[in-house]
Ligand binder design. Structure first.
Ligand code: ACO
Length: 442
């Protein structure tokens, strides 16, 4: 019978090793025994950007990138997007099971009672410059929240973890909406707990002089579906950030602020903005073939296409395309959609994209929908961060409870200078020579 092991021959020494394979992986520490002599540190792996390294075991999200499958706790994303709502999906992600009615109502209540923020948080946010980026405000304010809830540092206390989880999921739309209102010079709108999670968010964003804001049910549901689609995506950049920072045992607000900072970057939370800019630049359906030609020649990339993990149609992109049609029925069509559809049509038939398995990802259509709903582009990463909070806190709590985890501390391959002697300043090389030295560059 085939053995679940890996045999390695070290050709430097001729020695042989047998290493167990568990769950399709080898344990990197098992390589450390492979040494040339007693002085040797032992073999390591080199994996910049962790493209082939599992950093944890997780029960939360499953992705099969080749088949285009995404599941939260075993439930296919398509079913959740069709039948669930964001708060129920957040419960599923955080707690591992779908709630029964009573558990859902308690959860909804527990989140809703935490939608208000401390008055000093509002004051704190007033201190941002009039033109501050809403995502910068969100990152800073989530970090500042740790000072309002000092007991959050008790990360091994289950009750404390639960309380911070509810607070974070409950307050993130409020902080996000305040950031938006601040950047528009509009007064803050207090949460309306009569409304749904997304309905209340729309109210805090767009309420003007009316006594009660009534969200359009189609837009409310569309946003809810988009929130479901963005709730978790296993070990992406921001989730890895929350786990790495949280592994120092810092409080969850600080760890989640780090995750939000990761999401601020254009390669993570900013791709849908790049899609809009690209579509505007293309300008017209008739210019699409020319644009495709340029992408194929390496002049820029077809933004919203391709994914590190998905080598098939991103299942979220399929759902988003349907949501777009529903939203446009209410808002009128975003003219950029025609350019996007034509780009997709041509790219999916083109050998360049087919051969490289480049398909639309979640960002290809999401920006077009957000724009049609009236969101400025700076809000796009904020709209991503709100639902991802469920994923971040669930992944953080899973990491805290995981006995195999320790403080995250990758290794490096040192390629710098060997030991050197300090020399007096007067004897050091001239600046010109020093600038040429690679090690002097920052
Ligand atoms: N347009 C044109 N060519 C592309 C594209 C694209 N969007 N994406 C990849 N390619 C090509 C590359 O040029 C490369 O071609 P080559 O083999 O001839 O050199 C090949 O496909 C593989 O590309 P890599 O960059 O090695 O793939 P990687 O997995 O590292 O990158 C990424 C994935 C970053 C998402 C990439 O596809 C890309 O830049 N896409 C556009 C940006 C985008 O939409 N980002 C959002 C991702 S989803 C998210 O973060 C939520």
């Amino acid at each position: 019978m085939a053995k679940n092991t890996l045999s390695i021959t070290d050709n430097r020494t001729g020695k042989q090793y047998e290493i167990p394979i568990e769950l399709g992986t080898i344990n990197a520490m098992d390589l450390r025994q492979i040494r040339t002599d007693a002085e040797d540190f032992g073999l390591m792996t080199y994996d910049p950007a962790f493209t082939n390294t599992a950093s944890c075991k997780s029960r939360i999200t499953y992705i099969d990138g080749d088949k285009g499958i995404l599941r939260y706790r075993g439930y296919p994303i398509e079913e959740l997007a069709e039948k669930s709502n964001y708060l129920e999906t957040a419960y599923l992600i955080v707690k591992g099971e779908l709630p029964n009615r009573q558990h859902f109502e308690t959860w909804e209540h527990n989140i809703t009672v935490h939608t208000m923020v401390h008055e000093n948080i509002k004051k704190f946010m007033e201190g941002f410059r009039y033109d501050a980026h809403p995502m910068g405000m969100l990152v800073g304010t989530i970090g500042a929240m740790s000072t309002f809830y000092p007991e959050a540092k008790n990360i091994f206390d289950l009750d404390s973890r639960r309380l911070q989880t509810r607070r974070l999921i409950g307050k993130v739309p409020t902080v996000a909406a305040y950031a938006y209102r601040h950047s528009r010079g509009l007064p803050y709108v207090i949460p309306d707990n009569e409304l749904s999670y997304t309905g209340n968010f729309l109210s805090m964003l767009f309420k003007m002089a009316e006594l009660q804001y009534k969200p359009n049910p189609v837009l409310e549901r569309a946003l809810d579906v988009l929130f479901i689609l963005h709730a978790d995506h296993e070990q992406n950049c921001s989730t890895s950030a929350v786990r790495a920072v949280g592994s120092s045992q810092v409080d969850p607000y600080s760890a989640v602020a780090a995750a939000a900072a990761a999401l601020y970057g254009p390669l993570h939370g900013g791709a849908n903005e790049a899609v809009i800019r690209m579509l505007v630049e293309i300008g017209d359906v008739k210019n699409v073939p020319e644009a495709i030609k340029k992408f194929k020649a390496g002049e820029g990339r077809l933004m919203g296409f391709g994914h590190r993990v998905y080598k098939n149609y991103d299942p979220r992109a399929k759902i988003i395309k349907q949501v777009a049609d529903q939203v446009f029925e209410v808002t009128g069509k975003n003219p950029l959609i025609d350019i996007a559809v034509e780009l997709e049509r041509i790219a999916l038939e083109d050998e360049y994209f087919v051969k490289r398995k480049l398909y639309p990802n979640v960002d290809f259509y999401s920006g077009i929908i957000y724009q049609a709903m009236g969101f400025p582009m700076e809000m796009f990463p904020v709209l991503f961060a709100i639902p991802r909070m469920a994923g971040w806190v669930a992944q953080w709590a899973e990491m805290v409870r995981d006995g195999e985890q320790k403080i995250a501390r990758p290794r490096q391959i040192y390629i710098g200078e060997d030991t050197r002697r300090w020399i007096p300043m007067a004897d050091r090389p001239e600046p010109l020579q020093r600038e040429e030295s690679v090690s002097h560059q920052i």
